[in-house]
Design a protein around this ligand. Structure first.
Ligand code: URP
Ligand code: ZN
Ligand code: ZN
Length: 537
């Protein structure tokens, strides 16, 4: 990590105090005049190709602090932040951010691009999904590698190949779908050689991805020894299968059967079980797509007891409700089918409050998009509707509009839950998730006075539908910068396949601090084994 960061200020740019500003001008005014003459020649190409970028006058927001400042970027890295940075170099692209927020680009912790799933594959690949992300202000995502027939290395190779067309930075989590010595060994290879520091266990999708408690226990132990974060899709898959059969027996075959077959209690049960097993092993746990109050309360209870549990709500669970699943038009209803299901009105509000209180820590999307033809695979049977909704392009706007605009969270909290917390949890902070000297220049400029509108006619996903169709709101990402390149500006994308970089993530994040001490204290508390002699009487 440290080797990637560069700290010295560039020689041509300095943050100026009133005393050194004139000095700088005196020394360099000749250079400035020359620059003015050249400016008209280089202006158009500079915005596209400049390796240097100066963002002037915006409110620079980090999770811990905000200030009006300029940000200077060189070769994809943030070189300096401060008041009145003076540009004296050539080929510097200058962006005026006065009255706007300059923030770290969003990091989406939960996506499924080009994933084989439920007899089909998600429609967005590493090009279209990432293009959509950039247009919405997300500059990095972490996708889930699915092993091939349980084989981790084969799964990894296949995702390396899928990701070749990447236009922005990305990392990988990996799912664990079976257990044997080879899987256990390969987990180590993934962590130590391939930069994967998190493994996901599906407690649902019986007959496909689902694992049992025995496997989960093995997985939790192995994650702990490797310093990798265990993640769970928490639903009781056996009970879901029963619930599905119950609906079919009642003649309920449409999308509403999806919600009815897997109620919040099944999410809460699995969440509680995973939390208890992680507590038994004493390893941190990350619960993906927390969709219900019931599951959130299990996480709150565990956190209150001191357990390290991270809860990730997704934007669909925060801003939508399940009434759509009862819509008379199949295509409309089916697009809202995801697991765990989008819940009844009221859950989203409580989940948002939990986010603002820090009970839930970050927001993902679970971007897992299928078009209407794919969704129609389940026209006669909701169990065959591919599960998943879009969100990678909409997350940053919807969270701004529903949480910052409403006063639920501050602007610094916004940065925390959309970017910084993800970087910290997956151990890539401050390379990502911060506007600090030496951090990657993944940035957005958000205009709080502009507005956004979501529609499938103009979105960048390959899908023909959008679960947020017609939604409007305040706050618009006007500029997205990916490692120093302006990739979204004037509602136009400028992306190049292949420029996205794989970000390796190291094990033993802050979540593992103190685990060994707690283990030692536990062993010391056992008062065992008791030394006994054979009875003498
Ligand atoms: O419905 C969903 N969530 N689809 C994606 C796979 C998963 O469970 O994360
Ligand atoms: Zn899941
Ligand atoms: Zn998912």
């Amino acid at each position: 990590m440290a080797s990637k960061l560069r700290y010295p200020l560039p020689w041509r740019i300095k943050p100026c105090s009133p005393t050194n500003r004139s000095l700088l001008f005196d020394r360099s005014h000749l250079h400035l005049l020359l620059l003015l003459l050249l400016a008209s020649l280089v202006l158009s190409s500079a915005s596209q190709h400049a390796h240097e970028l100066l963002i002037k006058g915006g409110t620079v927001v980090n999770a811990h602090h905000k200030e009006v400042a300029d940000v200077y970027v060189e070769d994809g890295i943030i070189a300096s932040i401060g008041p009145n940075i003076v540009q004296v170099g050539d080929e510097v692209n200058i962006i005026d951010a006065t009255g706007k927020y300059v923030m770290p680009g969003g990091i989406d912790p939960h996506t499924h691009l080009e994933m084989d799933f439920m007899e089909t594959a998600t429609i967005d690949d590493f090009f279209t999904g990432q293009a959509a992300a950039l247009a919405g202000g997300t500059t990095m995502h972490i996708d889930f590698v699915i092993p091939i027939n349980g084989d981790l290395s084969a799964g990894f190779e296949s995702y390396v190949s899928k990701a070749k067309k990447s236009v922005m930075d990305y990392g990988f989590h990996m799912a664990i779908t079976k257990w044997d010595e080879a899987v256990s060994k390969d987990m180590e290879v993934m962590v130590k050689e391939h930069g994967i520091n998190s493994f996901k266990f599906f407690m649902a999708y019986k007959g496909a991805l689902m694992i049992n408690d025995e496997l989960l226990l093995h997985g939790l132990e192995r994650c702990k020894s490797l310093g990798a974060l265990a993640m769970v899709h928490a639903e009781n898959g056996d009970a879901v299968a029963e619930g599905q059969k119950r609906m079919i027996d009642l003649g309920i075959t449409g999308p509403e059967g999806h919600a009815l077959s897997r109620p919040p209690i099944l999410e809460a049960e699995a969440t509680a079980r995973a939390i208890r097993l992680a507590g038994f092993v004493n390893t941190p746990l990350y619960v993906v797509h927390v969709m219900s109050i019931d599951a959130m309360e299990e996480i709150a209870k565990a956190k209150k007891s001191g357990q390290r549990v991270i809860g990730e709500p997704v934007v669909s669970g925060l801003v939508l409700d399940d009434s759509w699943l009862w819509h008379p038009d199949f295509t409309t209803a089916a697009k809202y089918v995801m697991s765990p299901p989008i819940r009844k009105a009221g859950h989203g509000e409580v989940l948002k409050a939990a986010l603002s209180a820090g009970i839930l820590q970050l927001v993902g999307t679970d971007h897992c998009t299928f078009n209407s033809t794919q969704k129609a695979l389940g026209f006669d049977d909701f169990r065959k509707i591919p599960n998943g909704v879009n969100g990678i392009e909409e997350r940053m706007h919807l969270i701004w509009d529903t949480m910052v605009e409403t006063g639920l969270i501050s602007v610094t909290d916004y940065v925390r839950i959309t970017s910084t917390e993800c970087a910290r949890i997956f151990n890539i902070y401050p390379q990502k998730g911060a506007i600090l000297e030496g951090s990657d220049a993944d940035l957005i400029i958000l205009n709080p006075n502009a507005s956004f509108r979501v529609t499938s006619a103009s979105h960048h996903s390959r899908s023909d539908t959008n679960v947020y169709e017609g939604r409007t709101g305040k706050g618009k990402v006007e500029v997205t910068i990916s490692r120093g390149r302006v990739v979204w500006e004037d509602d136009t994308l400028k992306v190049t396949p292949g420029l996205g970089r794989y970000i390796k993530m190291k094990p033993f994040s802050y979540l593992f601090d103190g685990i060994e001490k707690a283990d030692a204290a536990y062993l010391a508390s056992l008062s065992a084994p008791v030394q006994r002699s054979r009875a003498s009487s």
